[in-house]
Design a protein. Structure first.
Length: 261
């Protein structure tokens, strides 16, 4: 197969590699079978059986070597470029849609409830909610995302709400704003991730996912009696909007946050 005939989708390339490997496995099984017969004949001194097994084993081993070369030559998929340029994300989004799962791709990161998926091209891997996984066949990834949708997310709404409230008060104090003012969520996220490396450990897509989990949890009041709201009417028309995916597979847009009595 020449370069022009190579599959353009990772799922197709892996399916083809699996087929070629199955052929090599059959060749290996046949060769191993005759090698075992030769060994057994040598152990008991069955000379004619030994000669017959050796005569059969040699061409079978040659066939195995040919299958191994074919298997190596058939795989030339540029996985790193595919993950870096967004081809992988587009394929997974399409594969998920075919299974009724909504995935939203933003700046190389894929969002679906309740997961955040990030390609790691250098390792031919992905991260799902920070967990590295090298099994990236699109159909396998979609099956894993479906399983994650059926599990309750690990999320503690009250501590998260209190952290948001502390950051919110710091921003109001810094800006000399009165209590109850609306603060852009992107500004609050930047405050919460000021420490070096913190933004890498806790990405913006994860933050807005947690905002949605908080909103849908029903927990809305801080320990000192302030109620959180997420004003969005004007913010959805600004560059500061944040997007996530709901349980129902719909896009949810956020802009601001406010705490009021």
């Amino acid at each position: 197969m020449n370069q022009q005939e190579q599959p353009t989708l990772l799922e197709d390339a892996l399916r083809e590699a699996e087929t070629v490997a199955e052929s090599a496995q059959r060749a290996a099984a046949a060769a191993l079978r005759e090698i075992k017969r030769a060994r057994a004949a040598a152990r008991t001194g069955a000379i004619r059986d030994l000669e017959r097994a050796l005569n059969l084993a040699e061409p079978l081993c040659d066939a195995l070597a040919h299958s191994a070369r074919t298997m190596r030559q058939s795989w030339s998929f540029d996985d790193r470029r595919y993950l870096e340029t967004g081809g992988f994300a587009r394929e997974v989004v399409a594969a998920a849609a075919a299974e009724g799962i909504t995935l939203v791709e933003r700046d190389g990161t894929m969002l679906t409830f309740p997961s955040v998926i990030r390609p790691v091209p250098a390792d031919a891997a992905i991260e799902i909610d920070k967990k590295r996984d090298k099994q990236i066949r699109p159909s396998i990834v979609v099956a894993r995302l479906r399983a994650l949708r059926e599990r309750p997310p690990r999320f503690r709404p009250q501590p998260f709400l209190e952290a948001l409230y502390r950051g919110y008060r710091l921003l109001l104090r810094e800006r000399n704003q009165s209590g109850g003012a609306t603060v852009a969520l992107v500004d609050l996220y930047q405050l919460l991730t000021l420490m070096p490396g913190r933004a890498k450990d806790y990405s913006e897509p994860e933050f807005v996912r947690d905002i949605y989990l908080l909103e849908s949890s029903g927990v809305a009041q801080t320990k000192d009696g302030r109620n959180v709201t997420f004003p969005a009417a004007a913010g959805t028309r600004t560059r500061s909007k944040l997007v996530t995916v709901t349980r129902e597979g719909e896009q949810r847009i956020y802009f601001g946050i406010a705490f009021r009595p």
